[in-house]
Design a protein around this ligand. Structure first.
Ligand code: MTE
Length: 316
């Protein structure tokens, strides 16, 4: 486990819903500052970001060094804020994420509209350092802060007919200027099989580097599925729907021969226009930047069994 991670006793942890509630945000941030500032100033989040209380989950540490905050928050795909990698960090600066609510519907006993505070109630935040591999063959190592998606979905009591879960991003062209152009079929939608959604690696993310998620990385709530290409990790979620049938997904709709539903990281199956055998680690020195891509992005031990019997060339 990296030594820079502050250790916090459970009794000291402010519940996340308190953190994200508008009235207490400032007070909480000030109280938290003391313990989270233990992180080195040059590697962590800059001043002005809002610290979160979390515990590091050492099970998910990786041997590679995390990318710097500035790399993670400065090189993004978030087409709602522009298509260039440096567009989201500029264009999402003024994006307001409070108040925020999530609509839950479909094949579940508990449905309705939940505020972000409702969503976070009872969850304890943990830091997990995950490899993150974009389909465009670049990669990052990111200390995400979040909670297992499974612990959220269980609260809605999915019915036995729920075989998939679909996620939808906010649609509001007045706040997301990229949606004024028809580059994608808005709103952005993604989906997982129920067993993928309930897998312990699948994370609902609200922060990184110990602070509230920067807007350009999908604030206030995004998914991270570390064994799949980055486009599955949908940002700024406003809707969760349980369904019996496989949901439509944005990049599959845009280019079905290039982006499949499963999108498991697979160095043996190339994208039609480029190789997936290697990746470029953002921020690494030029000669060290390219590295081999690992099956399931290095998480094969934990997830390969989910796909037993499937032809991963056909079901890419
Ligand atoms: N979610 C939404 N709503 N819109 C997007 O354009 N881009 C996806 C994914 N989630 C995207 C999205 C892609 S292609 C990638 S690689 C990751 O977000 C990038 O996440 P990051 O910017 O935090 O690295």
């Amino acid at each position: 486990m990296p030594t820079r991670v502050p250790r916090i006793a459970p009794s000291e942890i402010t519940p996340p819903e308190v953190y994200f509630s508008r009235r207490t945000l400032l007070a909480g941030a000030l109280a938290a500052g003391v313990s989270t500032l233990a992180r080195g100033a040059d590697e962590g989040a800059p001043a002005g970001t809002v610290p979160l209380h979390y515990t590091a989950n050492p099970r998910y540490a990786v041997s590679e060094a995390p990318n710097k905050y500035a790399e993670i928050a400065g090189y993004n795909n978030f087409y709602e804020f522009g298509t260039d990698k440096d567009d989201p960090s500029r264009n999402a600066r003024a994006f307001r994420t409070q108040p925020w609510s999530v609509r839950v519907d479909g094949e579940a006993e508990v449905r309705g509209t939940f505020t972000l505070e409702d969503i976070l109630r009872g969850q304890s935040l943990e830091e997990r350092i995950y490899r993150f591999r974009c389909v465009e063959a670049w990669s990052l190592v990111v200390p995400w802060v979040g909670f297992p998606l499974a612990s959220l979905l269980a609260r809605f009591k999915p019915t036995s007919r729920a075989r998939y879960v679909e996620f939808t991003t906010l649609y509001d062209p007045s706040r997301m200027p990229g949606q004024r152009a028809a580059v994608l079929d808005w709103p952005y939608v993604e989906g997982l099989r129920m067993d993928e959604a309930m897998h312990p690696l699948t994370l609902m993310v609200v922060g990184l580097y110990g602070v509230v998620l920067p807007n350009q990385d999908g604030a206030p709530l995004r998914l991270i599925v570390p064994w799949k290409y980055g486009f599955k990790s949908i940002k700024s979620i406003v809707k969760i729907r349980f369904s019996e049938t496989q949901p439509r997904t944005t990049w599959n709709l845009a280019a079905p021969n290039e982006y499949g539903f499963h999108a498991n990281v697979n160095p043996a199956v190339d994208h039609p226009r480029w190789s997936q055998a290697t990746e470029r680690r953002i921020g690494a020195p030029f000669l060290a930047a390219r590295r081999p891509t690992l099956p399931f992005n290095g998480y094969a031990d934990q997830v390969a069994s989910l796909y037993r019997g499937m032809d991963l060339r056909r079901d890419f």
